[in-house]
Design a protein around this ligand. Structure first.
Ligand SMILES: [Zn+2]
Length: 141
């Protein structure tokens, strides 16, 4: 995940640099795959900003809660391919939004692009994939 990836790259395998990818609390929690996170956010509406979990993400994406959520969703959630490290506190809030048990994939390298165009495309793709089709768009595949 993006919040701790620079540290992980410098100190490969050093576990004490790991922080919760949502609130920033140090320590190893539950690993959740990037795909599961995308489903939780794009499909099921998990919003750590509205839940008051994303204290540290606020500073990265802005003070306004909904704007910060959009930025976070469209950059990190839409693009990340690495497992998320979720602390017990955040996991208790996230669990209802997950479909089934968390399934970490073992992917450690974050591939989030800082490019806004890539971000917009990734977000569009995730929206398309997980948003339910509108009833009147039945002809769309
Ligand atoms: Zn947390």
């Amino acid at each position: 995940m993006i919040l701790n990836s620079p540290l992980q790259q410098e100190n490969k395998g050093v576990i004490n640099t790991v922080v919760c990818d949502i609130c920033g609390a140090p320590g190893t929690g539950t690993l959740v795959s990037a795909e599961d996170m995308r489903k939780a956010v794009f499909k099921n509406g998990f919003n750590p900003f509205a839940l008051g979990l994303a204290g540290q993400l606020h500073s990265a994406f802005g003070i306004d809660s909904s704007a910060a959520f959009e930025g976070w969703k469209n950059t990190i959630v839409a693009q990340d391919t690495s497992d998320w490290n979720i602390c017990a506190k955040c996991m208790s809030k996230l669990r209802p939004y997950l479909e089934g048990k968390p399934r970490p994939t073992g992917v450690k390298k974050a591939t989030v692009s800082a490019n806004h165009l890539v971000g917009a495309l990734a977000a569009k793709e995730a929206e398309r994939k997980y948003k339910r089709k509108k009833r009147w768009q039945f002809w769309k595949k």
